[in-house]
Design a protein around this ligand. Structure first.
Ligand code: GDU
Length: 597
């Protein structure tokens, strides 16, 4: 009270609010005016930020926390009253006629899309020091995830615009960062000229952390190192909805004719294989919400898409997070819990957190909720009395919980694709990956890279090329399939149809080969490759690659993840390439060319 005169009018209101909410401990230790006055003001600057970045303000945050903490203490199950069942959705088969026509519909719609990448997480499980989007998607070309995402969006933009004849639409790309990732993300973009995207197309939205909670009364925790600061932690990827809403971006997108918002995560190098067809599903089915899913192995660390029917008749199709699916099933008459069925997979499709929302209904919903997403709390109690926490906790939220507030009339669907085609995240460090139960995916840097080569090899096989079977090798304690290291730029093979139009004749690639296709108009026609071949070309060049290419190629050398003489990016994948011999050709002149060694 003696310090009140130091504060602005708004700050005095915040102080009153805190006292009303039982937060007097935050300043009861404050000394007389004249001591630490600047720190006291900066304390309230932080309170102001925490207040304005949370829908409904800090008072709502504290009230929500009190309720959720009481529920958690009482052992209340958030799914009480709900019975789970297996939902039905679109199941796509790569390369069939339906898939091709959905891809075509998706490319057409892409000009009405906006993309949102949630990249505020540090990736603690991976244990990598930098930001995850800067990691190489694969080390044959070394292109990082962010570059691949941007090139894929630009390829979609170009292909979609071409269908219109002349069109100058720029697909917006928003990236949600946090204090942990913001500066590094901006630096990565700026130092690479936005990987070819116009700087104005990229929008950075930084999420704020939320206040930590010290006890069951939701008393906010002070930073252990600074008594004039509230301790904060990340609130989760669900923040993306309130940020998109409060920034005004959604209204801006609507006014420029956007129709779809596509959300995705930081490290899925296969994702854009699935985007055109999934967007095609949204457009043809008229889905307000479309979640991308893959077959899920029981206990795999991805949520299960589940139909929930309440005792009162309400139903919803929603992600049940991986740590909650097992208890929910056990509590509702499934004694085996989260188990595989006769197919060898969980009957609940795995949510890969790629969401496609129809913008119009999305904005209408956010006008009501302001982007607030159903939250949860996960305190680690000191003992079974649940009276104290081991360390402070906070409320969290997930972007895939958006449909929870939707009315039953909303069209909520999902699209299941093959894992090999659509999902290969990089989340686990080598030690944890090596401990994954046999048959479950590693989700490591090793498996993430190998999955790219596998997918590209299978796509080329489906397009008629002969691609040798993989070798089985162990890196960082993980047994993986090593397919030929085939990669291409997104503009070369955006859709399966594009690939089929560019692969002809009786082409073949041996297991030990490396093939990099970097250019739009490169046709593989009767190539027989046993070694390493890199083809670069400018757009104006039309290149036919044919004949036998044979050289010593690149060898793969295992790297121990504990070998600190190697770069961290290399150590986490457990191998590196030695470029012994290769054929690299660069077509820089317009016109027809033929590579026929
Ligand atoms: N993220 C943020 N802010 C945060 C926390 C995370 O932007 O505060 C971002 C991450 O950078 C990442 C994405 O959110 O891009 C997802 O984070 P994680 O990879 O840590 O997510 P989880 O593995 O915990 O799980 C999520 C979903 C699961 C499943 C899985 C699939 O919650 O249901 O879909 O991704 O990869």
């Amino acid at each position: 009270r003696r310090n009140l005169h130091l504060l602005s009018h708004d700050q005095v209101e915040l102080a009153k609010m805190l006292l009303n909410e039982g937060q007097g401990h935050l300043f009861e230790h404050w000394p007389e005016p004249g001591v630490d006055d600047d720190k006291k003001r900066s304390f309230f600057d932080q309170v102001g930020r925490l207040n304005s970045s949370y829908p409904g303000g800090l008072a709502s945050y504290i009230q929500n926390a009190k309720k959720l903490l009481a529920d958690s203490k009482a052992g209340q199950n958030p799914y009480d009253g709900f019975t789970p069942s297996v939902p039905s959705g679109e199941v796509l088969t790569f390369g069939d006629e339906n898939f091709l026509s959905l891809e075509a519909a998706g490319v057409k719609e892409a000009r009405n899309a906006a993309f949102v990448l949630v990249a505020g997480g540090l990736g603690e499980r991976l244990g990598y020091k930098g930001i995850k989007v800067a990691l190489p998607r694969e080390t044959t070309t070394g292109k990082c995830f962010l570059q691949h995402y941007i090139e894929s969006i630009l390829a979609l933009q170009e292909a979609s615009c071409k269908l219109e004849g002349e069109c100058h639409i720029k697909i917006p790309f928003a990236i949600m960062t946090s204090d942990d990732t913001n500066a590094l993300t901006i630096n990565l973009l700026e130092s690479n000229s936005y990987f070819g995207m116009e700087a104005s197309q990229v929008i950075i939205l930084k999420q704020e952390k939320v206040a930590c909670l010290a006890d069951n009364d939701a008393r906010l925790a002070l930073d252990p190192n600074d008594k004039y600061k509230i301790q904060t932690k990340p609130h989760g990827h669900g923040d993306v909805h309130s940020l998109l809403y409060s920034s005004g971006l959604l209204e801006q997108w609507k006014s420029t004719g956007r129709k779809w918002v596509l959300f995705f995560q930081d490290t899925n190098g296969l994702l854009f294989n699935a985007i055109p067809s999934a967007l095609g599903v949204s457009a043809t089915k008229g889905y307000n919400v479309n979640s991308l899913a893959v077959p899920r192995k029981a206990k795999e660390a991805i949520g299960g898409i589940t139909k929930l029917t309440h005792d009162d008749g309400r139903t919803m199709v929603i992600n049940v997070e991986y740590n909650q699916l097992d208890p929910l099933l056990r509590a509702t008459g499934h004694p085996d819990g989260d188990a595989n069925c006769e197919t060898g997979y969980s009957p609940y499709p795995g949510n890969i957190n790629q969401l496609i929302l129809e913008l119009g209904p999305y904005i209408e919903e956010l006008k009501k909720t302001h982007g607030a997403i159903s939250e949860f709390v996960n305190p680690k109690y000191t003992d079974s009395t649940k009276t104290a926490f081991k360390s402070s906790t906070r409320l969290e939220c997930m972007m895939q919980d958006y449909p929870k507030t939707l009315p039953p009339t909303a069209k909520v669907g999902f699209t299941v694709m093959d894992t090999w085609l659509a999902y290969a995240p990089v989340k686990n460090n080598p030690e944890d990956a090596a401990k994954v139960p046999k048959g479950n995916p590693f989700h490591s840097a090793t498996s993430g890279e190998m999955a790219i080569y596998r997918a590209n090899s299978l796509i080329l096989r489906k397009a008629g090329a002969q691609i040798s079977d993989p070798a089985i090798t162990t890196f960082n304690g993980q047994e993986v399939e090593v397919w030929p290291r085939i990669t291409w730029s997104p503009r070369w093979g955006l859709t399966f149809k594009d690939v089929t139009q560019k692969v002809h004749g009786n082409s073949s690639v041996s297991q030990r080969s490396v093939l990099v296709i970097n250019g739009q108009n490169i046709v593989i026609d009767g190539l027989s490759l046993d070694g390493a071949l890199i083809v670069n070309s400018v757009d104006e060049a039309e290149v036919k690659v044919t004949g036998r290419v044979e050289n010593k190629g690149w060898t793969i050398r295992p790297v121990d993840h504990k070998d600190t003489s190697e770069k961290e990016e290399t150590r986490i994948r457990g191998f590196k390439f030695e470029k012994v011999e290769q054929l690299e050709v660069n077509y820089t002149e317009p016109g027809k060319h033929c590579l026929s060694p």
